[in-house]
Design a protein around this ligand. Structure first.
Ligand code: IMP
Ligand code: MG
Length: 175
């Protein structure tokens, strides 16, 4: 089956929106510092660009959860495959995710992170597919709400491909 990628959000759209979110976070945490917990691998591009737009002190941490593998559906069986290497107790944590789909990954991750005693815990996602939600999650900072389509680029992959596209595109499968 042949695949092609159609542009959904241009590089300019994404850059503009990240600057807006960075400004919002800088305002909300004025006089404090934030710890960005980037969820590997998909959120890396977003987390780096976002960090550059935040004007309060930023610490960067990384965490990895089990993913879809080569499929386009979440299994609901979410595991932490690479944990943080520093404690988050007393820190203002913002989890930075690429996309919220069913919500399973984030709701299970939030329980784990909350139990570690952060001063505050918020969620920032570049993309959100609200129509696909199975488990409720509160997204504090959202880049774009998108329809129920499978997207790639800006860190998001399909079978590990297309992460390096500088825009967000929709994968189309031709027969
Ligand atoms: P959830 O647990 O169903 O919310 O899945 C969230 C994770 O699934 C994201 O962090 C992505 O890694 C992956 N994912 C969900 N939708 C897409 C998509 O459209 N393209 C690429 N990855 C996706
Ligand atoms: Mg992800």
């Amino acid at each position: 089956m042949a695949e092609r990628v159609e542009v959904l959000l241009t590089e300019g759209d994404v850059d503009t929106r990240i600057a807006e979110i960075g400004a919002d976070i800088s305002k909300d945490y004025e006089g404090q510092s934030v710890t960005l917990v980037c969820i590997l691998k998909g959120a890396t591009f977003f987390a780096c660009e976002l960090a550059k737009r935040i004007t309060v002190p930023v610490e960067m941490e990384f965490m990895r959860c089990s993913s879809y593998g080569n499929k386009t559906e979440s299994s609901g069986d979410v595991k932490i495959t690479q944990d943080l290497d520093s404690p988050i107790r007393g820190k203002n944590v913002i989890v930075v995710e690429d996309i919220i789909d069913s919500g399973r990954t984030l709701s299970s991750l939030f329980k784990v992170l909350n139990s570690r005693g952060p001063a505050s815990l918020k969620l920032c996602s570049l993309l959100d597919k609200p129509d696909r939600r199975v488990t409720e999650v509160k997204v504090d900072y959202t880049g774009f709400e998108i329809p129920d389509v499978f997207v790639v680029g800006y860190g998001l992959d399909y079978a590990q491909k297309y992460r390096n596209l500088p825009y967000i595109g929709v994968v189309k499968f031709d027969d």
